[in-house]
Design a protein around this ligand. Structure first.
Ligand SMILES: NC(=O)c1ccc[n+]([C@@H]2O[C@H](COP(=O)([O-])OP(=O)(O)OC[C@H]3O[C@@H](n4cnc5c(N)ncnc54)[C@H](OP(=O)(O)O)[C@@H]3O)[C@@H](O)[C@H]2O)c1
Length: 344
């Protein structure tokens, strides 16, 4: 089966990753790209300032950028990936869903809505069925599925590994790359020779999205996990790859070996973009590192290491590529799940 796909916000930092990941994809064929009115009508090559360190895919380069509205996108596009600024997405994603399009969205609006599934396919694929509730409540022919924030998605697979031991409390401190803020997000004068000890809204996303992802869905209602998550988010002068220091407390005592075994035991899926293994465990306490390890599993795996005991539980470090596993790759994988579960 070939699924015709489009990308909304295709010229941005995450949009370019979508274009790169969709090039040569075994199931998806890129059929449409959209951006703001200042890009619409130009070729993708001309409108996108291509900043990925690999050549721009030729098939995408010659596409004409369309306006971001349902009338401008061909009806035969089966799946839309969205990487729009959240304010723009809040307006246009419902219009696309109402017009019958199925969206796999990376934008943060509505991630916490009761009828919007927030999914990491290897962790909570069953939450996808919340789309039935969404369609009933919103009377949409289409649907909107979300992937989590880039810092949340880096940590949650490791928390899911610890959940069977009774996850009670998590503290996390992040060191997040500048690409996470988009191309115009952080100026060089702010970030060079510096660390920004606050990222607006990010702490709250980590605290709330983690509980939703680890929650359970009974076919009608999604109950959030009761783990307490407290986050401190920092912007650091790396280009790609968010690394996080996590302190976790569990009901049952777990040793570092138990934790490493639990990480290795998280199963991957038989989807084209799902890495094997999902969590790559380093025994060297100096790994993972953003520059060395952000490409494990082609940027789709979580790298973890430095597991040690603390007075109240365990501490470890985890890392993921923020524009691949943390954004475009996460949404592509969600698209593959939608296809495999018959939603397209
Ligand atoms: N960067 C990351 O690591 C990351 C990770 C997770 C989630 N996210 C989320 O992903 C989304 C995109 O982030 P980004 O970093 O790719 O941002 P970005 O580089 O600023 O790109 C924004 C994209 O949206 C388009 N756009 C802007 N205003 C528009 C409008 N009014 N109508 C239609 N299109 C419009 C832009 O088109 P023009 O080029 O024409 O302006 C561009 O294609 C955001 O919601 C962000 O929070 C980002």
């Amino acid at each position: 089966m070939t699924v015709r796909v489009g990308v909304l916000g295709a010229t941005g930092a995450v949009g370019q990753r979508f274009i790169q990941l969709l090039d040569g994809h075994p199931e998806f064929k890129l059929a449409a790209v959209t951006a703001s009115e200042s890009s619409a009508g130009r070729t993708y090559r001309d409108a996108a300032k291509w900043r990925i360190d690999a050549p721009i895919p030729e098939a995408a380069a010659e596409l004409t950028v369309r306006s971001t509205d349902p009338e401008s996108v061909p009806d035969d596009v089966d799946l839309l990936f969205s990487s729009l600024p959240s304010g723009v997405a809040a307006e246009v994603e419902p219009a696309f869903a109402e017009a019958g399009y199925v969206l796999s969205s990376n934008s943060s609006n509505e991630r916490m809505a009761d009828d919007v599934p927030l999914v990491i396919p290897e962790i909570n694929p069953g939450h996808l069925d919340l789309l039935e509730v969404q369609r009933d409540e919103r009377c949409w022919d289409g649907a909107v599925l979300k992937n989590p924030n880039c810092s949340t998605i880096t940590m949650v697979p490791t928390l899911a590994a610890l959940a069977p031991s009774g996850l009670e409390r998590v503290h996390v401190s992040t060191l997040q790359a500048v690409s996470g803020a988009g191309y115009s997000g952080v100026s060089s004068m702010e970030i060079l020779d510096n660390v920004l000890p606050h990222i607006g809204g990010e702490e709250d996303k980590m605290e709330t999205e983690s509980r939703k992802l680890l929650g359970s869905f009974d076919g009608a209602t999604l109950s959030h996990h009761d783990v307490s998550v407290s986050a401190s988010c920092n912007r650091v002068p790396t280009i790609d790859g968010h690394i996080e220091n996590v302190w976790a407390e569990t009901d049952e005592a777990v040793s570092p070996t138990d934790v490493e075994d639990a990480f290795r035991g998280v199963e991957s899926l038989d989807l084209p973009s799902s890495p094997e293994p999902l969590i790559h465990v380093f025994e060297d306490p100096e790994r993972p590192q953003p520059r060395l390890d952000r490409h494990v599993g082609d940027g789709m795996a979580i790298a973890a290491g430095g597991v040690q005991e603390t007075d109240s539980g365990v501490q470890y470090n985890c890392l993921a590529h923020n524009t691949i596993r943390g954004a475009a790759g996460a949404a592509v994988l969600n698209g593959e799940l939608l296809a495999s579960e018959g939603w397209l």
